[in-house]
Each structure stands twice: as structure tokens, then as C-alpha cells.
Design a protein around this ligand. Structure first.
Ligand SMILES: *Cc1c(COP(=O)(O)O)cnc(C)c1O
Length: 452
């Protein structure tokens, strides 16, 4: 399988090059030259197959030439010591993507990426330095994913004072091969510094550098796995019974579930940079039983507006309570546009945007229905309500699932005043005990280069 740059289809590279360089030299994003298809036996057993086996079958064709089957099996076993349970919540499914160590979906991509990098660089003596800019969640997942991986170190840049205390501990509390820089500036400043450092020739002479933002295709492909698992289980009418600590309220009954089996599922994706939705589109193209997607955003609604008007207008992001989705210029749009025309996107994606006030109301009423939900996932929940009201999703449309992108405890600053304290998973309680160790730097490239 080859990968090409969205800005130059003739520029073809291997998976290894696409993954280890991140961004194409022309500034484009790498995309696979074709989307592979699941075999019939795999499609027929998506409802019952073990999560690790779905991961193996999904990722294999993308890395076939460079990662052996046995190495890939080891990688997915070690990366996925947690899954993405499909649970029933009120009248729909919740696809719980928050059972990994940092309690949001980014663990799925980051943990695969770390192990794939380590494998692809076997025998390499020059150490690799990974730079990552974060508004909160990415940094924690990448730090955790690469923690203690030999031959690779990570520097996370985060906007000082603009991440939650928990996120700061996840980013800057690990030590060893992970270091953190608190930048006196915004997330955009952090991203600008990383881009400049990656392009700096004197730095490139001193060390091997790479990046781990969601522009990296090796973080995106493994995210297709939980779409196929969720779609397969919803199609088979088999919500995951394994009961990984779901934040349900005692006495919550599943009997209200109206989900229908035997039909492809509609999946609602709370979106910011649109890496997650792009991975969903790959799962759909591979043959997973998905009827359509809903792209739910907060007031940063560049993409829903694009679907409505046909014009893509990037803008400055606005701050909201679902801050991991505060993106005005979603970088993965370029990838979606490389695979699909506007007309094609309109056929498979419904857009919707949700305000902070609606998000807060939703956290409250979903709690009344027996389920704790975080602000990002609540945007998705409300998005479905709005589209149903506008009759854009019919009642005969088959099962509907919300991708629950973060654990409600991860955003307890917002959730707790509204509905009380959600149960904390042990990974988050443990992280709260770490000591933050970060160096503060001004938002200047020279300060970053000096710190490295
Ligand atoms: C990163 C993130 C999102 C947005 O995902 P994209 O792939 O950038 O669209 C949504 N919710 C949470 C909790 C996140 O951490």
C-alpha cells in the first residue's frame, strides 16, 4: 500500500515514510492510495469478533508491506488492553471510547502509533524526538503512548494555564522520556512553534524529528477499528456485555433501548480537527455496516457550514466548554476532500452545531436518563436530537450511536457543578497524584530550539 500527499498525488511513499515524517514535504497530508475492503468472513463476524482481532484485520492491509502479521498481532495486543464498549443509553447507543489510560479516544491512535514507530525504527541507532502541540487531550495520550518506549523521546507543548489540572498532570507528570513545555501563548502558538522547529535545518542536523498530531496517518488508521466494531455490534444487536467501568447511574435500566438490529448504524461524531470522522469514513469505505455519519460541532461550525453552503471558509476558533473541538480550520478537511467530493460528502454526512447552553442542558437531561456524559459527547447527543426534530434522521433509520469521545470525569470541572461528581476511573485518580514538571517558555521559536 502506498500513500500520497493531498497536494501532489504523484508523490508516493511507503507507510513507514508517511508515518515517520507525519506531514508531506509539500505541506500536504498523506492519504492511502486506495481504501482496502474487508473480506466477507470478516464482515460477517464484526459483531462477535474480539476487539484485537478487528484491529488486526482493519490495520493489516494498510501496513502489509512493512509490518509482518506476527508483529502487527503483538502491537495490537499490547496497544489495546482496553476496548470500545457499545452500551445502550436511553434511546440510543453510546460508543464508549474512553476506557484507555488517558480517558479519551486519542489513546487508540497514540498507543498504536508509539508501538508502530518503535517497530519501524528497529535497528536504528539515532534517537527520535517527537514534538507535539496540544490543547489538552492529544498531549496526554501521546505522552502516555510513548512513555518508556526505547529510542524515542517526546516533547509536548501546551498553552500555559489553558489546560485542566488533570490534563497538565497527564502531559507533564510522567518524566523519563517525556518532557513538557508550558508555552506562554495559545494552542495556535504551540502549533506554530512545532511546525517551525520541524522545518529548522540546524535542528534537523542535530536530531531526528517527527510530529504526532492528528495529521499523522498512523494515528488515524487505528481509529477506524472502533467504528467497525461499533457498527458490527450494532448491526448484530449485540451491545457489549463486558461492562468495562461504564459511568452509569445505579438503577439505570436498559429496557428503554429502541435500537433495531440488522440495520446499518448512524454514528454521530463530535468533531474538531476531523481526524476521528476521517477514520470513520475509512471504516465505511472498507465495508463496515454504517448508514451515515453525523458531524457534530460546537459553535466552531466551519464544516457544517461547508455542507450547507458548499463553501469552505476557515475561521479563528472560539472558546467553548467542549474545548478539544475548538477548531476553526480543521486540518483533516484536506484529507476528506482528497477522497470525497462535496456531493459525496453530503450523501453520507449530516452536519449540525450545538451551543454551550445546549451542551449544558444535555449533560443534565442525559444524566436524568441515567447516564453521565462529558461536554464533547454531549455535543454529539444534542446534535442527534436536533436532526431528529428537523426530521433529517427518520425514526426508521436504524440504530443510532453517539461516539463518546471522553470520560465525563475528565471534564469534571464542567460536569460536576451540573449533575454531581461522576465516578473516576483509577487511571485518572492515579494521574491526579503526579507532580507537574514543565519548563515555561515564551511563544518564540528560538526559545523552543534552545529548550530542545
Ligand atoms: C480530540 C477530541 C475531539 C475532536 O476530535 P477530532 O478528531 O479532532 O475531530 C473530540 N472530543 C474529545 C474529547 C477530544 O479529545
Amino acid at each position: 500500500m502506498h500513500y500520497y500527499s493531498t497536494r501532489n498525488p504523484a508523490e508516493k511513499v511507503s507507510f513507514s515514510t508517511a508515518a515517520l515524517t507525519g506531514l508531506a514535504p509539500d505541506g500536504g497530508l498523506f492519504v492511502p492510495e486506495e481504501i482496502p475492503q474487508y473480506t466477507k468472513p470478516v464482515l460477517l463476524s464484526l459483531g462477535t469478533m474480539d476487539f484485537r482481532d478487528i484491529a488486526f484485520e482493519t490495520i493489516k492491509p494498510y501496513v502489509r508491506d512493512e509490518i509482518t502479521d506476527s508483529a502487527l498481532a503483538d502491537i495490537v495486543q499490547s496497544a489495546y488492553n482496553f476496548t470500545s464498549p457499545l452500551v445502550t443509553a436511553a434511546d440510543r447507543y453510546a460508543v464508549e471510547l474512553f476506557h484507555g489510560p488517558t480517558a479519551d479516544f486519542k489513546d487508540f491512535g497514540a498507543r498504536f502509533m508509539a508501538r508502530a514507530f518503535s517497530y519501524l525504527r528497529r535497528g536504528e541507532s539515532r534517537p527520535l524526538k517527537i514534538l507535539v502541540a496540544t490543547s489538552g487531550d492529544t498531549g496526554g495520550a501521546v505522552a502516555d503512548g510513548f512513555f518508556d518506549i526505547p529510542g524515542i523521546s517526546v516533547t509536548v507543548l501546551y498553552p500555559k494555564g489553558r489546560v485542566t489540572p488533570l490534563q497538565e498532570r497527564q502531559i507533564a507528570g510522567l518524566g523519563k522520556n517525556i518532557s513538557a513545555l508550558a508555552v506562554e501563548g495559545s494552542f495556535d502558538d504551540c502549533q506554530r512553534l512545532v511546525k517551525s522547529a520541524l522545518a529548522d535545518d540546524s535542528l534537523k542536523k542535530r536530531m531526528s524529528l517527527s510530529s504526532a498530531n492528528s495529521i499523522n496517518i498512523s494515528r488515524l488508521i487505528p481509529q477506524a477499528v472502533y467504528y467497525s466494531a461499533a457498527a458490527g455490534r450494532a448491526f448484530a444487536g449485540r451491545p457489549d456485555p463486558d461492562g468495562e467501568a461504564t459511568p452509569r447511574i445505579a438503577g439505570f435500566s436498559q429496557s428503554k433501548n429502541k435500537a433495531v438490529s440488522g440495520l446499518p448504524v448512524t454514528l454521530c461524531v463530535p468533531s474538531g480537527n476531523f481526524g476521528n470522522l476521517t477514520a470513520g469514513l475509512y471504516a465505511l469505505k472498507m465495508g463496515a455496516p454504517i448508514r451515515q455519519f453525523i458531524a457534530a460541532t460546537n459553535v466552531n461550525k466551519t464544516f457544517p457550514d461547508y455542507l450547507e453552503t458548499g463553501e469552505y471558509i476557515a475561521r479563528i476558533s472560539q472558546a467553548t466548554i467542549s474545548n478539544a473541538m475548538d477548531v476553526g480550520a480543521p486540518s483533516n478537511f484536506e484529507r476528506m476532500a482528497a477522497h470525497f467530493s462535496l456531493e459525496q460528502m453530503k450523501k453520507i454526512i449530516l452536519g449540525v452545531s450545538v451551543t454551550d447552553e445546549e451542551t449544558r442542558d444535555t449533560i443534565v437531561h442525559v444524566h436524568e436518563a441515567g447516564y453521565f456524559i462529558d461536554p464533547h459527547s454531549a455535543v454529539g447527543w444534542k446534535g442527534v436530537d436536533k436532526l431528529r426534530k428537523e426530521n433529517k434522521i427518520g425514526i426508521d433509520a436504524g440504530p443510532v450511536g453517539i461516539l463518546c469521545t471522553a470520560h465525563p470525569a475528565k471534564f469534571s470541572e464542567t460536569v460536576e457543578p451540573l449533575v454531581g461528581r461522576p465516578p473516576f476511573p483509577s487511571s485518572l485518580s492515579n494521574a491526579m497524584e503526579r507532580k507537574v514538571s514543565a519548563k515555561t517558555i515564551p511563544a518564540e521559536v528560538s526559545a523552543l530550539i534552545e529548550a530542545l
